[in-house]
Design a protein around this ligand. Structure first.
Ligand code: FES
Length: 336
């Protein structure tokens, strides 16, 4: 049965859809990386989260960005994210570093999880590339607490560029965490192919990191059985420029809104998001890059070019992400 406290929290979440939290602490974690610890201003426990979850941060400039929670899911008193300042990025990480101060009240979403830790694994290999360590660190904490065998490989440019050093020291000493630095000894570089050469029954792999690292991991695990490999992109990979794929005759697609019967025309160079917005149909979006699933919508008929980095094959039979998906068939029905 729910406790009174949990029921109170649920009411608050339904009413607001977001939470206001206080920035309790900002800490230097590594070169260019700060961690941000958020607590409840009322002192009440925060909604529970699972390892792999992320939250949306609503920044002062109106931008919303997603960051993985990196602390232990057993902690109910705080959420911790870590952000690498990317001067060549879209501006979100710069805004976090430059506009958030200790003591501020920040609006966030409830945690959502599209990178769940496998429940049935009896051994887990976590492979982190750079700031991709954040969701994997939460997983390492959870695996320790569950008593599941795991090892985390953390690849970074250098020791200075690796985050959470003191916090992870105990894990390193116990042999659960192994560092691999680009500027370190050749013999200590991570050989992904060797590490992942032989899938063993009950072992699952989770990885997260930048584009090149993700491609190398995908290549090294390509022979692992379905369902044993889990990953999350924190940035949309570069995509080759596409020609319009919508319909055989390139005239676009008529999308029917199931609840109202309204037909919205999606042009051959448009995605769903643009066309729906122009027709006054609002579907919430966040990353606009196929990474967060905020804009996931069920479709009832039609064919879709998905282009996202979050839905698996089963999801794709039923759902599309309106920010990056495009219609392929001439007609399509959305469950809106
Ligand atoms: S808004 Fe993030 S996947 Fe569409």
């Amino acid at each position: 049965m729910d406790t009174v406290l949990e029921r109170e929290e649920a009411v608050q979440d339904i009413e607001t859809g977001t939470l206001d939290v206080r920035v309790k602490q900002i800490r230097y974690e590594g070169k260019g990386i700060n961690s941000y610890e958020f607590t409840s201003p009322s002192g009440k426990p925060l909604p529970r989260f699972e390892a792999g979850s992320h939250i949306d941060i609503h920044l002062k400039n109106g931008v919303i960005r997603q960051y993985s929670l990196c602390n232990s899911p057993a902690e109910r008193n705080r959420y911790v994210i870590a952000v690498l300042k990317d001067d060549n990025g879209r501006g979100g990480s710069r805004a976090v570093h430059e506009s958030i101060a200790a003591g501020d009240i920040v609006t966030i979403s409830k945690p959502r999880n599209h990178f769940a830790l496998s429940e049935e694994a009896n051994k887990v290999i976590l492979i982190a590339g750079g700031i991709g360590v954040t969701p994997l660190k939460a997983m390492a904490h959870e695996l320790e607490e569950r008593g599941v065998d795991f090892v985390m490989h953390y690849c970074a440019r250098s020791a200075e560029a690796a985050a959470f050093g003191p916090e992870l020291e105990r894990m390193q000493r116990s042999g659960k965490l192994r560092y691999h630095f680009d500027d370190g000894e050749e013999a200590n570089r991570l050989d992904l192919r060797a590490l992942l050469s032989e899938p063993t029954p009950g072992t699952h792999v989770h990885y997260c990191g930048p584009g090149g690292f993700m491609a190398a991991c995908a290549d090294a695990v390509s022979h692992w059985p379905n369902g044993t490999v889990h990953f999350e992109h924190f940035k949309a990979p570069e995509q080759p420029k596409r020609e319009p794929t919508c319909t055989e005759n390139q005239d676009g697609c008529d999308v029917t809104i199931a609840s109202t019967g309204l037909v919205v025309h999606v042009g051959p160079n448009q995605n769903f998001s643009e066309a729906l917005n122009e027709s006054g149909i609002e579907v919430p979006t966040s990353c606009c890059a196929g990474l967060c699933a905020t804009c996931k919508v069920r479709y009832l008929e039609g064919e879709v070019e998905h282009n996202d980095f979050i839905l698996d094959d089963d999801d794709r039979k039923e759902f599309l992400t309106i920010c990056v998906s495009r219609p392929v068939s001439k007609t399509l029905v959305l469950d809106l």
